[in-house]
Design a protein around this ligand. Sequence first.
Ligand code: AHR
Length: 547
Amino acid sequence: MTARARTLTPGLVSALSPTATGSPAAGATGSTGPSSTPTGGPARVVVDLDLPGSTISRHLYGHFAEHLGRCIYEGFFVGEDSEIPNTRGIRDDVVAALRALKIPNLRWPGGCFADDYHWKDGIGPREERPRMVNSHWGDIVEDNSFGTHEFMDLVELLGTEAYVNGNVGSGTVAEMSEWIEYLTRADDSPMASLRRENGRDEPWKVPYFGIGNEAWGCGGNMRADDYAALARQYSTYVRDHGGNEVTRIAAGASDDDFAWTEALMRAATNLEKRDGKAGPYQAISMHYYTMSGPWEDKGSATEFTEQEWYRTLSRAARAEELVARHATVMDHYDPYKKVGLVFDEWGTWWNVEPGTNPGFLYQQNTVRDALVASIHFDGFHRHADRLLMANIAQTVNVLQAMILTDPDTGALVLTPTYHVFAMNAGHQDARALAAHVLLPEEPAEVDGRALPMISASASTTGSTALISLSNLDHAQERTLVLDLRGRTVTGHTARVLTGASSAAHNTPEQPEAVAPAELTDVRDHERGLEITLPAHSFVTVELQLGE
Ligand code: AHR
């Protein structure tokens, strides 16, 4: 793990500056961020129901599971002999909860762990698998009992798609090449035969493959151009076998390191013509985490001041600004948008829960985390034209998790963040709609950034529309008008997620302290609907559309 401070280098990137108010640039979805100009009248969210923009890939709702703390072991994998109901060692309740979210993909095995991981140690009879040290996360011994077959079994149980992250930092080109052959080749090639010896006849599908991780830090402490050369080399040997077509994802920047993105874009090929596929990699990643303090003291997950609340939400809103600015660098080299941007680590990173292993990154999850998630999704929807995928870190028991499991009893708790994913599931593969937020007051300035108290986004399937609304106000409810244009609305339902306080969270004793409920207080209005959002809340409104 490396401290994340970055310095910029001169070049194209230094010519980029954030927009004056800190409001993000609009993506090609036609959607916009909140207006920073005060308007007369009530707060309004104006939605053009008849102007669908880019498709919001379901993969923006992706997930990440690393060999870190209690994510893989205990979180997903308890072993066949566990008293917790399981299928071949994988927890049934965790699978059911994630299937309900329509989890579109799962990234594995890291993270920093990926560049220490040698996949051949994780195949064959479990009792014969070599051990290794998980040096990044707790310096514990990893017994490799969860390996390639177990992961692909999990992918199949979840009904999701695999994003396998390969090892550049300490692995070889041959090792990476053999892994994709082992996973995806059908004939009697050496690696396909080895897979069969280990009990799997049919090849698996692996649509996404990561070429290392955080190569600027834990993945090898490389310079941008040096890594870009390696990314070209390693990607070349991640072959498409049979019908399996891989999107190779080069390890991208942290935060505002636009020079890293620029180096990777300079090294990509076949971008000048509209036709054909980008090579040798088809996507690049970026990472950005939200915390209320500095890296050394990130803040408590559950005990925070009003000031820390707003600072956190302002930092969450920065994610969209970073996406926009990385995308602008990409646009310069890749006007046809052949290279996807993959935001494969995002979410809150707090100080660990008191009394837990500092290397295990176990943290609670409150209403504040829910709003961090909803703000990210609003930004993702607006940049659906360039964003190919996003993966929250991490699915179970680590950082901003969907699911927490009790270390003693195994009891499972769904977090407020889980509920945001569930309430927003209708955006997956829908088409983005512009949602203009018009507020009567000047936005607050927090951390040098304008922070309007309402965040919103919308999408349509054609016959329905889904509008997501977040009230960032710590203490005040907010009534607003949904100004619905371009189509008739024949029906609506609304749901709300909030808690007794902004720090409310779920525990085994109180698993539903923060859970979605029906929002009945939605009134007809001459412009559409009028709705009151409770303080610190997330609301979704589903509309049935006529002509
Ligand atoms: O998600 C935890 C860690 O954060 C990942 O292993 C690494 O990629 C990042 O620094």
